[in-house]
Write a protein that binds this ligand. Structure first.
Ligand SMILES: Nc1ncnc2c1ncn2[C@@H]1O[C@H](COP(=O)(O)OP(=O)(O)OP(=O)(O)O)[C@@H](O)[C@H]1O
Length: 341
């Protein structure tokens, strides 16, 4: 018996292991675009076989004419695939800043709230090509190795689990899978609007790189992200062990810290400041605190966000906590455009 068309099989294979690994319900986040429609179809099919409950959700940002009708059509499509429940969430997008970033923030909040209600994890349709664009954006912005390391296949943040099973699948394959199954897709005009950096990377920079480097650029960038992520995870683990070794109650042994390689030293410092409740620790703060170790010349207290401060005394770094302790951020604050979880 002939199996499904190649592209459909690729999509199903991509979601299968994740569905079999956990019986937690899944909510397919669907914009109506090819990536997330193909994802929803694959999830609907494989979830039945895995005995996992799979629903769908589409968010209406209310930013384009006809968006409510389009959201309703997407919801019908999801119901037709057999997903249950299927939710439509209308969000209010904050004014000010870029509309793209504000829409993303509102969308992720709505997805997280719906997932919490259902006890589900959220499946997102980011593809290998999205990963490649993310890596290039991170490189170009100089926003640190974590942004160059791209998106992770699964991540829990603030109680919501975000699952990206298509990070190894090409965007063209999702389109093909939709065509093979006769599924209508909607092309968001924003995705091709040269006003957006990501759209220009997609439409201009990556094709040029492909041409100059002779192909294979997107998979190479995605592979780079995977390798880098492994290295960074290992460094984070080593740094956590060093922090446990060197930190006392709100203090840190300066000489031992100075003997560590810079990549570990900065991670230890960042972890230490976060553990002390210092909010929003940026590279500039880190450098100033690090100078108490690597460039010690008797300098005074380093001021930190939230009214906190760090100083060196008797061979130890001491942190005075912020005036009012806020929530402790788990990760570095994301850059504006990349504020997705
Ligand atoms: N309106 C929407 N409703 C539900 N889910 C959505 C919606 N828009 C996007 N998504 C989900 O998010 C995934 C990624 O979409 P998209 O690339 O537009 O978002 P992003 O995270 O903001 O990334 P980018 O930086 O590329 O804009 C989609 O594949 C889909 O799973």
């Amino acid at each position: 018996m002939a199996g499904p068309p190649r592209a459909v099989a690729v999509l199903r294979t991509a979601v299968r292991p994740g569905l079999r690994a956990s019986d937690r319900p899944v909510l397919a986040a669907c914009s109506g675009g090819a990536d997330s429609v193909a994802l929803a179809a694959a999830l609907a099919f494989e979830a039945r076989h895995a005995g996992v409950r799979a629903g769908g959700i589409t968010v209406d940002h209310g930013l384009q004419p006809g968006s409510a009708e389009r959201a309703e059509r997407t919801a019908q499509l999801l119901r037709g695939l057999g997903l249950d429940p299927v939710l439509v969430r209308r969000v209010a997008v904050a004014a000010g800043g870029g509309p793209e970033g504000a829409a993303r923030t509102a969308r992720y909040e709505a997805l997280a709230a719906a997932a919490a209600q259902l006890g589900a994890r959220v499946a997102l349709g980011h593809t290998l090509d999205d990963q490649a664009e993310t890596v290039l954006l991170g490189l170009g912005r100089g926003s640190g190795p974590r942004s160059v390391a791209g998106m992770v296949p699964e991540r829990t943040a603030d109680g919501t689990t975000w699952w990206r099973p298509l990070l190894g699948v090409r965007r063209a394959t999702t389109r093909e899978a939709c065509a093979d199954q006769g599924l209508p897709v909607w092309d968001d005009p924003w995705n091709a609007d040269p006003a957006y950096t990501r759209a220009r990377l997609r439409g201009e920079v990556l094709p040029l790189l492909e041409d100059v480097l002779g192909g294979g650029v997107a998979p190479a960038l995605a592979r780079t992200a995977d390798l880098l992520r492994e290295d960074l995870d290992a460094l984070d683990e080593l740094a956590a062990a060093e922090l446990a070794r060197l930190a006392g109650a709100d203090e840190l042994a300066a000489r031992e810290l100075g003997a560590l390689p810079a990549a570990l030293r900065r991670r230890v410092l960042r972890g230490w400041l976060r553990a002390a409740g210092v909010p929003d620790v940026q590279a500039v703060h880190l450098r100033a605190v690090e100078a108490l170790v690597t460039g010690w010349r008797g300098q005074g207290r380093v001021d930190l966000p939230g009214g906190a401060g760090a100083l060196r005394t008797s061979g130890r770094l001491v942190v005075s906590p912020p005036e009012t302790r806020g929530p402790r951020p788990e990760d570095a604050p994301p850059t504006r455009e990349e504020s997705r979880p």
